[in-house]
Design a protein around this ligand. Structure first.
Ligand code: AVJ
Length: 318
């Protein structure tokens, strides 16, 4: 994808999200170069427990996970939204040490982050057969559709699935299921319900890193669409609802204001206290997990947990 198609997608997201009653922006917009960098900072924050929990799961279970993945012999490891692959590297290291017969196919929306991944892996695991690809989840599904005599193992880590509403998540897994062949596996990281205060803090850290992540979305629109958002006239407002498991983030307009988009030659008007919904991160309980498997027609083969049961990685089969 070249730059101009990316800007066209950004423009379309604005056209669809900001000219309606309840303003929204899609969360993939977070991940430009600046956003990738801030997200890496988020993963290192003490409040953002998700990273450490999944790291522990992968670390403690690498051998068992490999055993499952290579039941049928050689396999292709396809990772959706690989990011900088820091967590995946735990598995990749173990798998290569064990001389497992596999190839690694990371896919990410951000080309910059894939370059970082490539740079790191070519030094840390020079013998790993590695085929990065820039693209969205649809690109990944195309890849899955390709027939191969090797088992495909799809990794969808880090609670990325949380960015889908419950209905969307089911629909997305159903699409994956339809692209899977009989012996393929799906390995999905899911953040679990826990103390609401702890979840709240993970999206409202004391240093304001998550705030800058959310505000960067407006800065990106300034950069890419020539908009004139005044960044200090919007506040970061994260919420968590223990009833639905939804952690939602908003940007709230601190006053009535007009924002002009040069590239669209259009103005968006904000009322005082009007919000833009920018992200949902769903936290699941066991019942929701089972429901998710059910609607997507997948069977839960196994579930791994960290020692505190804050996070779970699921092994799913068709
Ligand atoms: C990358 C989608 C898993 O929802 O926890 C972190 C993104 N947003 N802090 C999440 C995010 C604010 C993250 N995911």
């Amino acid at each position: 994808m070249n730059l101009s198609t990316i800007s066209a997608q950004v423009a379309q997201a604005v056209e669809e999200g900001l000219f309606k009653e309840q303003k929204t922006l899609p969360s993939w917009l977070f991940y430009d170069n600046q956003g990738d960098r801030i997200f890496q900072e988020i993963m290192g924050m003490p409040e953002y427990y998700l990273t450490g929990c999944e790291y522990e799961i992968l670390q403690m279970n690498a051998a068992a996970i490999l055993k499952r993945f290579q039941q049928q012999g050689a396999f292709q490891l396809i990772e959706l939204g690989a990011g900088d692959g820091l967590k995946t590297e735990i598995l990749l290291k173990h798998f290569t040490q064990q001389q497992a017969d596999f190839t690694y196919h990371p896919i990410d929306i951000s080309a910059a982050v894939l370059t970082q991944l490539q740079d790191r892996l070519s030094t840390s695991l020079p013998n790993l057969p590695f085929f990065p690809q820039q693209g969205d989840y649809d690109k990944a599904l195309e890849k899955l559709n390709l027939s191969s005599n090797k088992r495909k193992v799809i990794l969808f880590l880090g609670s990325n699935i949380g960015n889908f509403s419950a209905t969307e998540a089911g629909a997305f897994l159903l699409r994956i299921k339809k692209s899977m062949h009989a012996n393929d596996l799906l390995f999905v990281g899911i953040d679990l319900k826990k103390d609401p205060r702890m979840i709240q803090r993970a999206y409202d850290d004391s240093q304001g890193i998550t705030k800058s992540f959310n505000i960067n979305l407006l800065a990106r629109l300034n950069r890419e669409l020539g908009a004139n958002f005044m960044l200090d006239q919007f506040s970061h407002y994260p919420t968590y609802n223990p009833e639905t498991g939804e952690a939602k983030s908003y940007l709230v307009s601190l006053r009535q204001q007009d924002v002009y988009f040069e590239a669209l030659q259009k103005t968006v008007r904000f009322k005082r206290w009007e919000h833009i919904h920018t992200e949902v991160s769903i936290k699941y309980d066991q019942q929701m997990i089972e429901q998710l498997a059910k609607v997507s027609g997948l069977t839960i083969e196994h579930q791994y947990y960290d020692c505190k049961h804050y996070f779970s990685d699921l092994v799913l089969m068709k």
